[in-house]
Design a protein around this ligand. Structure first.
Ligand SMILES: [Zn+2]
Length: 123
């Protein structure tokens, strides 16, 4: 019987997938570093450097609308493909959320506005 050497079939597939996952992670860290203006990715507001708690924020806000309009599945892939465009910053989830609330970007606010307008209309 001939013995196959090397990695074949499903193992090869798993190895490839693992490699792609690693590449995505490296890209993500590179992007987070770039938009925090430092070699160490961190939130530009509070300085938190836990990469699990960091995200990319649209400086102008309404990131969800941008993602929807451009049909962006993964913002990191998009930033990578578009050669690191301006208009983004690295924030932690807390600061990102606080910014949304402060700027009235939240969905809750949107729903509240609709209800408030309806209240006015039916008075
Ligand atoms: Zn923060």
């Amino acid at each position: 019987m001939k013995v196959k050497r090397g990695i074949y079939g499903y193992d090869k597939y798993l190895l490839k997938r693992e490699k792609e996952k690693q590449e995505r992670l490296e890209r993500k860290l590179l992007i987070l570093s770039y938009y925090s203006g430092s070699d160490i990715p961190h939130c530009i507001i509070c300085g938190l450097n836990d990469t699990d708690a960091l995200c990319i924020d649209h400086i102008e806000g309404y990131g969800n609308k941008h993602k929807k309009d451009e049909r962006i599945g993964n913002i990191y892939e998009w930033i990578w493909d578009n050669n690191f465009p301006d208009g983004f910053q690295t924030l932690c989830y807390n600061c990102n959320r606080k910014k949304q609330v402060r700027n009235n970007e939240t969905r809750e606010r949107y729903v509240y506005e609709i209800h408030r307008n309806q209240d006015i209309k039916y008075k």
